[in-house]
Design a protein around this ligand. Structure first.
Ligand SMILES: Cc1cc2nc3c(=O)[nH]c(=O)nc-3n(C[C@H](O)[C@H](O)[C@H](O)COP(=O)(O)OP(=O)(O)OC[C@H]3O[C@@H](n4cnc5c(N)ncnc54)[C@H](O)[C@@H]3O)c2cc1C
Length: 367
């Protein structure tokens, strides 16, 4: 069977893009170097919002809002279609002071942003929301309660997406690494891999932190770079914590069955995905300070992933400037799980020449 679209990379972006294109009737194959969902998308915390959303430019806000409208429906379909529950829950996020030395004028800025964007935010004392935190809190209401922030369990979302792609007739070809391009007349003719050449009508690069390297000279001025993030995992009782807690860029994310993720680092160490003793110590100290009962709980995991870093966290969702059948969906940096459904939707609209819900020029390929 001929392939209309070859998607390179089987992370959350590649899988969501493939699924959306299949839904619109395309025949799609995914080429994945390892196993699908084994890189950044697996490593991520699954928070479905920028951490302090008022600190990001409009293209991040628009894409996040679009995704947050699409994702709950997608999750329901995935649950029924695949039997895998990605554990979507609107658990809210409690932002504790002193967040990045924000002064009261900036609180007002955050409140303005929330009002403008219809994003629920309330000033609270942390003890109103999370009883088991022990930290020295002023008597006034200096924490922020963002009740609409949701989370998914990233590995389960990936499992569901992969299964959905397969059930929709998508072909997933794992352990197949793209290493080059065969071009002709301003188009991609085929991709070269360790297992031969693959030919499609169109090609989508969704290779996360590796997207620029794969494209080589065809990357032009694309600025996507690896940013390592390390995370710890604790096992606790299921009712210990019900909401995400954020303080000075450090967060705790409780899963429904009592696992708590603590993260994460932001390190520019190239493509080195090792975990380090320094990061483990620093994350442990912060976790223990924020939720002291964690000193009694078992640390069961420590891992690292490479985010596809991008300037201002704005991904590139675009056709290549000179190769007519080559597209990119990458550079989602800290928020690829959050933005996956919206990014897949925008890219599919480009394929089908459908109108877009907003101006997509901020996501264009830089030249
Ligand atoms: C510690 C950490 C915490 C995070 N927390 C969150 C969060 O709470 N919320 C959120 O929204 N986001 C979070 N993120 C960010 C999010 O995980 C990423 O933005 C997202 O996973 C990027 O998805 P992707 O599909 O582009 O990349 P990836 O998941 O890395 O997928 C890229 C795929 O391309 C494949 N590939 C690479 N090269 C080749 C090749 N030559 N040939 C074939 N295949 C290739 C790789 O094997 C990989 O499977 C976090 C990330 C980290 C590391």
């Amino acid at each position: 069977m001929a392939t209309d679209v070859i998607v390179i990379g089987g992370g959350v972006i590649g899988l969501a893009t493939a699924r959306e294109l299949l839904r619109l009737g395309a025949r799609v194959s995914i080429l994945e170097r390892n196993r699908c969902g084994s890189e950044a998308s697996w490593a991520g915390g699954g928070i479905l919002s920028p951490l302090l959303p008022w600190n990001y430019p409009d293209p991040v806000t628009q894409l996040t809002q679009l995704s947050n409208r699409l994702l709950p429906g997608l999750i329901e379909i995935l649950r029924h279609e695949t039997g895998v529950d990605p554990e979507y829950q609107a658990c809210g996020m409690l932002v504790l002071p002193n967040f990045n030395n924000v002064q009261s004028a900036q609180y007002d800025g955050a409140e303005d942003w929330c009002a403008r964007n219809d994003f629920p935010m309330k000033r609270v004392r942390s003890c109103e929301i999370a009883l088991k935190l022990i930290f020295d809190e002023p008597a006034d209401k200096s924490a922020l309660w963002l009740s609409s922030v949701a989370q998914v369990r990233s590995p389960r979302l990936l499992q569901a997406l992969k299964r959905s792609v397969e059930l929709s007739g998508g072909v997933i070809i794992e352990h197949t690494e793209v290493s080059g391009w065969r071009l002709g007349r301003g188009r991609v003719k085929s991709v070269i891999t360790n297992r031969g050449e693959y030919t499609g009508v169109n090609y989508v690069v969704a290779a996360g932190a590796w997207s620029r390297e794969i494209l080589g000279e065809h990357a032009l001025k694309l600025n996507i770079f690896p940013v390592r993030g390390q995370m710890l995992l604790f096992k606790t009782a299921a009712d210990l914590l019900h909401t995400i807690i954020l303080q000075n860029s450090f967060y705790l994310i409780p899963r429904q069955d009592g696992y708590i993720l603590a993260g994460s680092t932001m390190e520019k160490t190239g493509f080195d995905k090792s975990i380090t003793a320094d990061a483990r110590k620093a994350l442990l100290e912060r976790a223990h300070a924020l939720l002291p009962i964690l000193t009694e709980k078992t640390l069961v995991g420590h891992w690292a992933g490479l985010r596809p870093g991008s300037p201002d966290n704005i991904p590139v969702i675009s056709r290549h400037p000179s190769l007519a059948n080559l597209y990119l969906n990458s550079g989602h940096h800290r928020y690829g799980v959050t933005m996956a459904s919206g990014s897949a939707y925008l890219l599919s609209n480009m394929f089908m020449n459908n109108s877009q819900p907003f101006d997509v020029t901020p996501y264009q390929w830089p030249v």
